[in-house]
Design a protein around this ligand. Structure first.
Ligand code: ATP
Length: 307
């Protein structure tokens, strides 16, 4: 990017107001309002099916909301003239024909957007696809297709980037590369809104967090504040995790399973959990405390279950 970006009349790069989207009788997004600060990387988090993609499509003007609206740089997105220099979007599918080369795909997008051809070479370099540019997209790996989609979003060197699950399909090296790319853009005044259903990885990239669940906002704020509000959780091991989960819920706590087979409990302290287990004859093989991770906070706010 060439210069710091500011928006006349609106300090928010993106403003979403009362956004609602129904698909038939299903409500995908429900009265959702949030803002995305200019010059910041904002993570848009929620479990599978929470409504992230639907909301992002409405934000960039790819889906018409049932109610509410999205403003980009202070202008309602539905009345915004397409401008690849203002808004770059990556939402799957990227639309590249499998029989075309990556370069040909980007060249046609550049021509459509009125961008110079040389920009294609530049973005291919940026995303690390220069060596594969002459290969057909059908032969690309998932990570390469992801990079191609990002290249398309970057073509106009846009003020605002909106990326749906950009980390999916990238290997650890690719994830590190993307983090650096996005942080560099924000350091130069660019704005990034990216969705993910995995908070842990994205937390290292973002400044601000918007969390949704069942189409509704459950949290909006700086990642630093979320880390501070973490507190501690109880972690137990038991062969009877399902029964203990029910007891915990009945006592007003919340529980989720972690990746190591432990049951992570919030809202009750260790003594309370031990008492509950003892009362109902649930054998605890192990019980301990740890500081709540961002995932714990995330699961606590959203209930954690995919739907
Ligand atoms: N075109 C559509 N027609 C009908 N229902 C849809 C459509 N698109 C999404 N939905 C439904 O809306 C809800 C939200 O879906 P959405 O894809 O926006 O969630 P998401 O948070 O992006 O999930 P994921 O992380 O799994 O991609 C889901 O219940 C989904 O089944």
């Amino acid at each position: 990017m060439t210069s710091a970006r500011t928006f006349v009349g609106d300090p928010a790069a993106i403003r979403v107001e009362g956004l609602t989207k129904h698909y038939g009788r299903r409500t995908a997004v429900d009265d959702l309002s949030f803002t995305v600060g200019a010059g910041r990387v904002t993570g848009f988090f929620g479990p599978n099916g929470a409504g992230k993609t639907t909301a992002l499509k409405a934000v960039v003007g790819l889906a018409r909301p049932t109610a509410g609206r999205a403003l980009v740089g202070g202008t309602p997105v539905m009345s915004l003239r397409p401008d690849a220099r203002r808004l770059g979007v990556y939402i799957e599918p990227c639309g590249a024909h499998p029989g075309r080369t990556g370069r040909a795909h980007l060249r046609s997008l550049a021509a459509l957007a009125g961008l110079p051809r040389r920009r294609v070479g530049e973005v291919l370099e940026i995303v690390g696809l220069a060596a594969a540019a002459q290969r057909r997209v059908g032969t690309y790996s998932m990570g390469m297709r992801q990079r191609l989609g990002l290249a398309a979003a970057l073509l106009g060197d846009p003020e605002i980037l909106v990326l749906d699950e950009p980390v999916n399909g990238l290997d650890p090296q690719g994830i590190r590369w993307l983090r650096t790319l996005l942080r560099d853009r924000a350091a130069n005044g660019g704005t990034v809104l990216l969705s993910s259903h995995m908070l842990g990885e994205a937390a290292r990239t973002v400044d601000d967090v918007i969390m949704i669940d069942r189409g509704r906002l459950v949290h909006e704020g700086a990642i630093r504040d979320l880390e501070r509000s973490g507190g501690s959780v109880v972690v137990v091991r038991t062969a009877d995790a399902e029964r203990l989960s029910r007891l915990v819920a009945a006592a007003g706590g919340r529980s989720t399973h972690d990746d190591d087979g432990g049951l992570v409990i919030e809202g009750l302290d260790g003594a309370e959990v031990a008492r509950l287990a003892h009362r109902d004859g649930v054998l605890l093989e192990e019980i301990g405390h740890r500081t709540a991770s961002l995932e714990d906070v995330f699961f606590g706010l959203t209930g954690g279950a995919d739907r």
